[in-house]
Design a protein around this ligand. Structure first.
Ligand SMILES: Cc1cc2nc3c(=O)[nH]c(=O)nc-3n(C[C@H](O)[C@H](O)[C@H](O)COP(=O)(O)OP(=O)(O)OC[C@H]3O[C@@H](n4cnc5c(N)ncnc54)[C@H](O)[C@@H]3O)c2cc1C
Length: 365
């Protein structure tokens, strides 16, 4: 009897405590309806408080660039919040320069909506849309890179600048219970506007890349949104130095095809670096383009060719190869895409060649 009474008392106390927590959560976390004023009254949204500014805006079909899906690891979702954001969080600090902090920039993924907000966002973000696409083609490009061609719905088109990227949404799979999204650069030429091509490298244990590489097949549906990003051709020069590693080929390919198609008067030098031959792809494709166009040079290079590679091309770190090929860069622009280490090393070389730092553009990933 005594044991039964104890068990009953513990159960009743637990239930009461749980109810208190639920009621408290409801009152403390219920911020009710909040208003978001965008661009000084241009647009006004009434939304439920309690979620991040990034996800709330996405729910209203306003897509702020973000590559990490709201984990505060990419620093891309910067938005000017003039009122209502509360104090800057430690998670935001590494991504905001002093000037940006003074101008009230915040990471939209870290700002929780608790009250009315006044924000400023660039007009072009209103053009970003979601697309429900179908995988038209999947191509194994290397042991860990797959090319995807995603067809837009019949009659639909996408307008993007060569070099920009899309966000790619996963569905829940295996132990991953929620949809996530990640950034992938567009590889096709903007005139090919009824489809989007992406080049995705498998990251060990990566949520999105494992999904793309193991869960998808031709004919499957994929949601994407975009276009985003400011990595695109400026062309205020006579010559371009373009450097890519791995899946970083995607935006560079788009820019090269765009320049050639439009007949823009620019000389292009494309350095494609890898460790061994199994990491290179589309060699025939770019060699053919170089043979057909006098203004396009293609320089693939391997840092450690394996004996079985029978490699007769350039060898050495991509920085060494660029150093050998490029002369005075004062009338050049640099376009780089690949790992942070590769890009930082290449910026060093290019600035030594007199390419001004503000004429070197890159996407690091
Ligand atoms: C502008 C831009 C353009 C890009 N374009 C391309 C492109 O064209 N092609 C391309 O392949 N990539 C591109 N990326 C990179 C891409 O957005 C993703 O970051 C990348 O594919 C990895 O995504 P994921 O979900 O597979 O990995 P994530 O799940 O985000 O994991 C990334 C890393 O973190 C590790 N990790 C994850 N969870 C944990 C944990 N709990 N503990 C410890 N470690 C963990 C993983 O092992 C992995 O190494 C681009 C990025 C940016 C910013």
């Amino acid at each position: 009897m005594e044991i039964l009474t104890t068990v009953l008392s513990v159960t009743v106390i637990s239930v009461v405590l749980a109810l208190i927590i639920i009621v408290a959560e409801y009152f403390f976390n219920n911020y009710g309806e909040c208003e978001i004023d965008i661009n000084n009254g241009d647009k006004k949204l009434t939304v439920d408080g309690g979620s991040s500014l990034l996800s709330t805006l996405a729910g209203q079909k306003i897509f702020i660039p973000s590559a990490c899906g709201g984990k505060a690891t990419c620093g891309l979702c910067k938005v000017q919040v003039l009122e209502g954001a509360g104090p800057l969080l430690p998670t935001e600090e590494p991504y905001l320069e002093e000037q940006e902090r003074n101008d009230n920039f915040r990471l939209a993924c870290q700002v929780k909506i608790k009250t009315n907000l006044r924000i400023l966002i660039p007009e072009e973000l209103f053009n970003i849309r979601e697309y429900e696409t179908k995988i038209e083609k999947m191509e194994q490009l290397t042991h860990d890179i797959i090319g995807f061609r995603l067809k837009l719905p019949e009659g639909d088109t996408v307008s993007f600048k060569a070099g920009q990227y899309m966000q790619f949404y996963t569905k829940p799979y295996d132990k991953i219970k929620e949809s996530v999204y990640r950034a992938y650069s567009i590889a096709n030429v903007p005139s090919d506007n009824k489809a989007v091509e992406l080049i995705i490298r498998q990251v060990p244990d990566g949520i999105c890349t494992t999904y793309a590489h193991t869960q998808l097949k031709e004919g499957d549906k994929v949601k994407i949104s975009g276009p985003y990003g400011d990595f695109f051709l400026r062309g205020n020069c006579s010559e371009l130095v373009m450097i890519a590693g791995g899946s970083g080929l995607a935006p560079i390919q788009s820019i090269i095809l765009d320049v050639l198609e439009k007949g823009i008067d620019l000389k292009m030098n494309f350095f494609f670096g890898a460790v061994t031959k199994r990491d290179l792809y589309r060699l025939d494709y770019f060699n053919d383009l170089a043979a057909k166009h006098d203004n396009f040079n293609f320089i693939p290079a391997l840092s450690k060719p394996a004996p079985e590679d029978e490699w007769e091309g350039e060898t050495g770190l991509i920085t060494e190869v660029v150093d050998r090929f490029i002369g005075d860069g004062s009338d050049m622009e640099g376009y780089l895409c690949g790992s942070p280490g590769m890009i930082n090393a290449c910026i060093n070389v290019l600035t030594k060649k007199s390419i001004p730092e503000d004429k070197i553009f890159y996407d690091k990933f």
